[in-house]
Design a protein around this ligand. Structure first.
Ligand code: NAG
Ligand code: NAG
Ligand code: NAG
Ligand code: NAG
Ligand code: NAG
Length: 480
């Protein structure tokens, strides 16, 4: 053995191998500027309870640190750090140190769901000439988007979604003409959607949802030949749906304008969006009838027109597999649950509250019930019993049918483990309240004909009042 190892140590081949090994080590070690820049970033982080940066140790090769990618002569080209939203201690506190400007070859910064990174927009980004992709999402950046954001002309994607940015969207953003993705959603931005944004002709994705943007939606959508996803939900946009939206047919896949103050009629050109997956016009002030042309939206999966002032007749759609539908709280009198809903093999959410439905629920035989999570049939004139339906929905989370004429024995209703909310208030339900309901988050059987002692529960009195002879907490005690 000894002899062999001696021979080994003097072998010229071994010398060569060792030399190659050390050269490799030397070239694998990251550039001193990159290491210094990253350690500077780490020192700006005050809390890292789940150890996201625990592999970032001085003197070790920074190209092997968590979240770091090196290319081209071992210069750091991207930093990608993300917190896990399902783990409460998976976050970083602190600020983004400007020392990251030492990473001169950086092309991508991805700081996602780190939740507690605060401070203003990181100005050092202006000093990174190769930067193409910026995703600083779900953190706590505050202050305004810099007015000279347009200097980052090389950017191809910019997301600052889920921060606390205030002020208006700077018009100079229109200089970022290479952008294919722009996401400023879930901030506190105010003011209008600047018309100048029409210069971003290469956008495929534009998301400004959940801000406080106002004014009309500008008529600029003939400038986005490649746009597939448009999200303007939950702002304060007013006026009509601009006509230029029609020029994005048939390619647009997501059109989300819900929770604004838009008005006027739903334009019939929406029927030309043959690729539309999701149409959300909910919680606006749309009036008139739903155009017949929507029958041509054969690929639509998610349709939400709820909380408007739309009138009959609702068109017969030709869609094979609707996944979620909400037509609640308009002026519809559908009488029946539409056939294209009943026949869907993949539906998981059906909300038809106050839709003028007059069926006997036992006669409704949906083709599929396996995927159902949400059913809301409140404020209709539905009679009969939901017992057979709930016997077939194994993963139901919410069942709401308040304000109908349902007449059944509550003791026969199957309460599946997944169920969180049951509201069958203001019906003709009789029998006793079963033990199984005590596991629900929300429960309402008020104003029915129930009787007997309530099982021990945490529900407020308004959940159980107005019955014939229910007793026990939170109602008065039962008489013995
Ligand atoms: C978030 O960061 C702030 C200061 O940056 C700190 O005071 C606070 O404790 C942090 N929050 C959590 C949950 O650690
Ligand atoms: C937009 O995309 C096209 C095609 O990918 C490309 O040729 C053009 O240079 C892009 N425009 C800008 C301003 O980057
Ligand atoms: C559906 O599209 C076809 C072809 O473009 C058109 O002829 C028809 O009128 C459309 N249907 C409705 C109801 O608008
Ligand atoms: C509920 O389903 C079970 C088996 O899946 C069946 O035996 C029972 O008769 C059903 N009850 C009602 C009321 O449909
Ligand atoms: C239960 O329903 C009644 C009538 O629908 C309503 O007035 C009451 O606020 C509801 N209570 C709860 C706890 O949901």
């Amino acid at each position: 053995m000894k002899k062999l190892s001696q021979h080994y140590f003097t072998s010229p081949l071994l010398v060569l191998i060792l030399a190659a090994y050390f050269i490799k080590i030397a070239s694998a070690a990251c550039h001193v500027d990159d290491e210094a820049g990253l350690l500077g970033f780490k020192s700006g982080i005050t809390q890292d309870p789940s150890g996201i940066l625990s592999s970032w140790k001085p003197g070790t090769d920074c190209c092997s640190w968590a979240g770091i990618t090196c290319l081209f002569d071992n210069r750091v080209t991207s930093i990608s750090l993300s917190g896990q939203l399902d783990k409460p201690n998976s976050f970083l506190s602190g600020t983004i140190s400007p020392s990251l400007s030492k990473l001169q070859n950086l092309d991508g910064i991805y700081f996602e769901n780190l939740r507690n990174i605060s401070g203003p927009f990181p100005d050092f980004l202006f000093g990174l000439p190769k930067l193409l992709y910026v995703y600083i999402e779900n953190n706590r950046l505050s202050g305004q988007i810099p007015v000279n954001i347009g200097r980052l002309t090389q950017l191809e994607a910019l997301s600052l979604a889920g921060n606390r940015l205030t002020g208006s969207i700077p018009t100079s953003i229109s200089k970022l003409t290479r952008l294919t993705q722009l996401n400023l959603g879930k901030n506190l931005l105010t003011g209008p959607l600047p018309v100048e944004i029409k210069q971003l002709r290469n956008l495929t994705y534009l998301n400004l949802e959940q801000n406080k943007l106002s004014g009309t939606v500008p008529d600029i959508f003939n400038s986005f030949p490649d746009l597939r996803i448009l999200r303007l939900t939950r702002n304060a946009f007013s006026g009509k749906i601009p006509g230029s939206i029609s020029s994005m047919a048939p390619r647009l896949m997501y059109l989300e304008l819900g929770h604004n103050v838009l008005s006027g009629q739903i334009p019939s050109f929406l029927g030309n969006f043959r690729a539309l997956d999701t149409l959300d016009l909910s919680w606006n002030s749309f009036t008139g009838v739903v155009p017949k042309s929507l029958a041509n939206l054969t690929k639509i999966f998610n349709l939400d027109l709820s909380h408007n002032s739309l009138n009959d007749p609702f068109p017969q759609l030709n869609v094979k597999g609707i996944e979620s539908l909400d037509l609640s709280y308009n002026n519809f009198h559908l009488k029946e649950i539409p056939k294209w809903v009943t026949s869907s093999p993949i539906i998981y959410s059906l909300k038809l509250a106050k839709c003028g439905i007059t069926i006997k629920l036992d006669t409704w035989k949906p083709a599929e019930t396996y995927f159902y999570d949400y059913i809301d049939l409140s404020e209709n004139e539905i009679s009969g019993s939901p017992v057979a339906l709930l016997n077939r929905t194994d993963f139901l989370v919410e069942f709401k049918a308040a304000g109908n004429k349902l007449k059944f024995d509550l003791g026969k209703l199957r309460i599946v483990k997944t169920l969180k909310e049951l509201d069958i208030s203001r019906n003709l339900v009789y029998g006793k309240v079963p033990m199984a309901v005590t596991g629900l988050k929300r429960f309402n059987v008020s104003y029915n004909h129930l009787c007997g002692q309530l099982p021990k529960n945490q529900f407020p009195a308004s959940s159980v009042v107005g019955n014939d002879c229910l007793c026990g907490s939170p109602l008065p005690p039962c008489k013995l």
